[in-house]
Design a protein around this ligand. Structure first.
Ligand SMILES: *[C@@H]1O[C@H](CO)[C@@H](O)[C@H](O)[C@H]1NC(C)=O
Length: 341
C-alpha cells in the first residue's frame, strides 16, 4: 500500500516507470504472502542497544482511578522509570464494567490517559481485549481514533509483537469461552468480527501455531486475558487447556501471561518449561478468593499490583509488586546456550 501511495504522489513520473513500480510492488506483496506463513499481524519493536528488553504488565484496570488503580499507576511509573521500560502490556478488561460505549466515551481518558500519567509510562501500550471489553463497543477499542487521542494506545484482537530477542503473541481469548455464548442473557456481548465462532477460533489457533513454529526468537511469550492455570476465583479455562495450551507446549513457550483473576500469581509446570503468570491486579482485587492447593503454585497475592519483566539474551527476571511498589515475589529463568559444535 505504502509503495502505491508514493507513486501516486509523484506525478512527474513517466507512465512506463509507474507501471514497472506497480508490477514490482505486486510481486513483492505476492512473495511476502508466501514467505510469511502466518496471517498474524506483526509489529516490530526495537530492543535496547545491549540487546535487552524490559516492560511492565498490568491487567483488569479501568475504573477511573478507583480501587487503588491510581496507586498502582503511580508505582508503575516509579518502577518503569527505574527499569527504563520499553513498553507496557495490558492483559485486558481495560474498561469496567462494560468496555467503551464508542470512540468518544470519556472513560478512555478518565480510566487511561489521566491515570497512567508518569513519564516512564508514556511508551507504547500493547493491549488485548478482556470479556468486559466485549460487553461494550469492541470496535471502538480497536479504532485508530483512540491512538490519535492518546498515542500510547494500541489494541488489536490477536497480533505478534516482534522485539528481536522476544516474540510476544497476543491472543484474543474471550471468543474461546463457551459460557459467554451459552448464557447470553447475563450480558450483551459485541461479537461483530468474531462469527462464525468456530471459524474464528480455528483461524486464531492456526495463525498462532504457524507464527510460533516460524519464530526464531530466544523468548516466546503468549499474552491472553483468560487464565490457563490459576488458583484464583475463575479457575482454569478448560477451552484454553484443550485448544491453546498444547500448541504453546509443543513450541516451547516460556511464559503465558494473563489477567482475568484479580490477583498476582505465578504457577510453574512439570510437563514443559511454560510458566503461568497472572497480572490482573490493576484495580479491584478479590481478597481471600483462591485455593492454595493448586499444583505448581509458586506465589499468590490477592491484592492490587503489577508485574515487571526484564529479558536478556540468556536470562529473564520476573518481579511482582503491590500497590506500594513493594516487591513481593521474583524469579529468574536461565536460557541454555545452544552450542553449534
Ligand atoms: C488499597 O490498597 C491497600 C493496600 O493493599 C488495601 O488495604 C486497600 O483495601 C485497598 N483499597 C481498595 C479500595 O481496594
Amino acid at each position: 500500500m505504502l509503495n502505491i501511495n508514493v507513486v501516486f504522489h509523484n506525478k512527474s513520473m513517466k507512465g512506463g516507470y509507474l507501471l514497472l513500480i506497480f508490477f514490482i510492488s505486486f510481486m513483492y506483496l505476492s512473495i511476502c504472502s508466501i514467505t510469511v506463513n502466518s496471517e498474524l499481524e506483526t509489529i516490530q519493536h526495537p530492543v535496547k542497544s545491549e540487546g535487552s528488553l524490559s516492560f511492565l504488565v498490568v491487567g483488569d484496570w479501568g475504573r477511573r482511578g478507583a480501587y487503588n488503580q491510581s496507586q498502582v499507576a503511580l508505582q508503575m511509573g516509579r518502577i518503569g522509570e527505574k527499569m527504563d521500560i520499553d513498553f507496557v502490556i495490558s492483559t485486558g478488561d481495560n474498561f469496567y464494567d462494560d468496555g467503551l460505549k464508542n470512540v468518544d466515551d470519556p472513560a478512555f481518558e478518565e480510566s487511561f490517559s489521566r491515570i497512567y500519567t508518569a513519564k516512564s509510562l508514556q511508551k507504547q501500550w500493547y493491549n488485548v481485549l478482556g470479556n468486559h471489553d466485549y460487553r461494550g463497543d469492541v470496535e471502538a477499542q480497536l479504532s485508530p481514533i483512540l491512538s490519535q487521542i492518546d498515542r500510547k494506545w494500541f489494541c488489536k484482537r490477536s497480533f505478534l509483537l516482534n522485539a528481536e530477542i522476544a516474540d510476544i503473541f497476543f491472543v484474543d481469548t474471550t471468543p474461546f469461552v463457551t459460557k459467554y455464548f451459552t448464557y447470553p442473557k447475563d450480558h450483551k456481548y459485541d461479537w461483530r468480527g468474531v462469527t462464525p465462532r468456530q471459524t474464528y477460533i480455528a483461524n486464531v489457533l492456526k495463525d498462532v501455531e504457524s507464527a510460533l513454529e516460524y519464530s526464531t526468537a530466544k523468548w516466546k511469550i503468549v499474552v491472553g486475558h483468560h487464565t490457563i492455570r490459576t488458583a484464583g476465583h475463575h479457575g482454569d479455562t478448560k477451552e484454553l487447556i484443550d485448544q491453546l495450551l498444547p500448541i504453546l507446549q509443543a513450541n516451547d513457550v516460556d511464559f503465558y501471561i494473563n489477567g482475568h483473576d484479580h490477583c498476582l500469581q505465578h504457577i510453574s509446570c512439570t510437563e514443559s518449561p511454560i510458566q503461568f503468570l497472572t497480572s490482573g491486579g490493576g484495580s479491584k482485587a478479590w481478597k481471600g478468593d483462591f485455593k492454595l492447593n493448586k499444583v505448581g503454585l509458586e506465589f499468590y497475592y490477592d491484592g492490587q499490583g503489577f508485574m515487571s519483566v526484564q529479558l536478556n539474551p540468556n536470562n529473564a527476571h520476573i518481579k511482582y509488586y503491590d500497590a506500594f511498589g513493594k516487591a513481593l515475589h521474583k524469579f529468574k529463568v536461565l536460557k541454555q546456550f545452544h552450542s553449534s559444535i
